[in-house]
Design a protein around this ligand. Structure first.
Ligand SMILES: NC(=O)c1ccc[n+]([C@@H]2O[C@H](COP(=O)([O-])OP(=O)(O)OC[C@H]3O[C@@H](n4cnc5c(N)ncnc54)[C@H](O)[C@@H]3O)[C@@H](O)[C@H]2O)c1
Length: 284
């Protein structure tokens, strides 16, 4: 771990930008790559507000805001990735494009650089096949939770070929950025999304049957179950298109018990995706 100095993050969307911030605020140099420089800069700009909120809440454990942000370089090229020690990929959920990126990076990054994916639903073992046999043992899943700068948990997922020392490295790396890692097998949905989506299926049914409103179901989960956020508010945060995509992947693997509910599909058809489109189960 002492050797780790620089981290490369691919994707500066909802997850990538905040994952980059986790590393920058813990003293690592970070290069954050997007499809355009404008998007990379936009991802970085959003982090100022994220840091302000953490400082206000007293949860920011780094030095000052300016030096944290100065360690994070937005880019639209992989040039700065040649000397990174760890790559975390957080582009949208598409196996083919993720694999293309890893193959490209395999030719750019130094031989001992470790590759991690933040995928929610694509098997790590499958993504790992995109790199050379020399690197495949250094490929691992690191599944952060949204909002990534705030949520403590990271699921660390070894693929079939991942070396044991890389698992230990990733667990230690998470601790270095003040996260709490758990080790999970490379099964569809890992652990947390299986628990979450099983609950959401019942939540959608409650709504379809008119048992209670989204507002009241959220209150029920917060005050009756001690959840910090209600399921509908959380779905709007994670976005309903991704929720449906993950639901479909779980259905493919585990069958009927994860079959996506019609009411969720309807929300996606209507483009009521959540906070990112200004309307989901709630209006923003
Ligand atoms: N949203 C969540 O709650 C959540 C939680 C855990 C894991 N994830 C996973 O994290 C990943 C990213 O999800 P997100 O919600 O941040 O998506 P997002 O759509 O907010 O961001 C993805 C970003 O990747 C960028 N991108 C696409 N191709 C790229 C390329 N070739 N190079 C650089 N950047 C590229 C896009 O421009 C976009 O900004 C997905 O694999 C998702 O499954 C999401």
């Amino acid at each position: 771990m002492e050797d780790i100095k620089k981290v490369g993050v691919v994707g500066a969307g909802m997850m990538g930008a905040e994952i980059a911030l986790c590393f920058a605020s813990s003293g690592f140099e970070v290069v954050m790559k997007e499809t355009t420089l404008g998007l990379a800069q936009k991802g970085k700009d959003r982090l100022s507000g994220v840091l302000d909120r953490a400082i206000k809440k007293g949860t920011f454990q780094g030095e000052d805001k300016d030096s944290t942000l100065s360690r994070l370089t937005p880019t639209d090229k992989f040039d700065g990735f040649a000397d990174v020690d760890l790559v975390i990929e957080a582009i949208f959920e598409n196996a083919e494009i993720k694999k293309q990126i890893f193959t490209e990076l395999d030719g750019i990054c130094k031989p001992d650089c470790i590759f991690a994916s933040n995928t929610s639903s694509i098997p790590i073992t499958l993504l790992a096949t995109s790199v050379s046999k020399e690197r495949i043992g250094q490929f691992i899943g690191a599944h952060f939770f949204s909002p990534a700068f705030v949520m403590k948990l990271v699921e660390v997922i070894p693929g079939v070929e991942t070396k044991e020392e890389i698992v230990s490295f990733m667990m230690e790396c998470c601790r270095k950025i003040n996260k709490v890692p758990i080790r999970v097998k490379d099964v569809t949905g890992f652990a947390v999304n299986r628990i979450l989506h099983a609950m959401w299926i019942e939540v959608y049914r409650l709504l379809e049957e008119g048992v209670a409103t989204p507002e009241d179901i959220d209150i029920a989960c917060k005050l009756g179950l001690g959840h910090p956020i209600g399921p509908f508010a959380l779905m709007d945060l994670t976005s309903n298109d991704l929720n449906l995509k993950v639901g479909e992947v779980l259905y493919d693997t585990y069958g009927e018990r994860f079959k996506p509910r019609p009411i969720l599909k309807q929300k996606v058809y209507a483009n009521h995706l959540g906070r990112k489109t200004g309307r989901g189960w709630y209006e923003y």
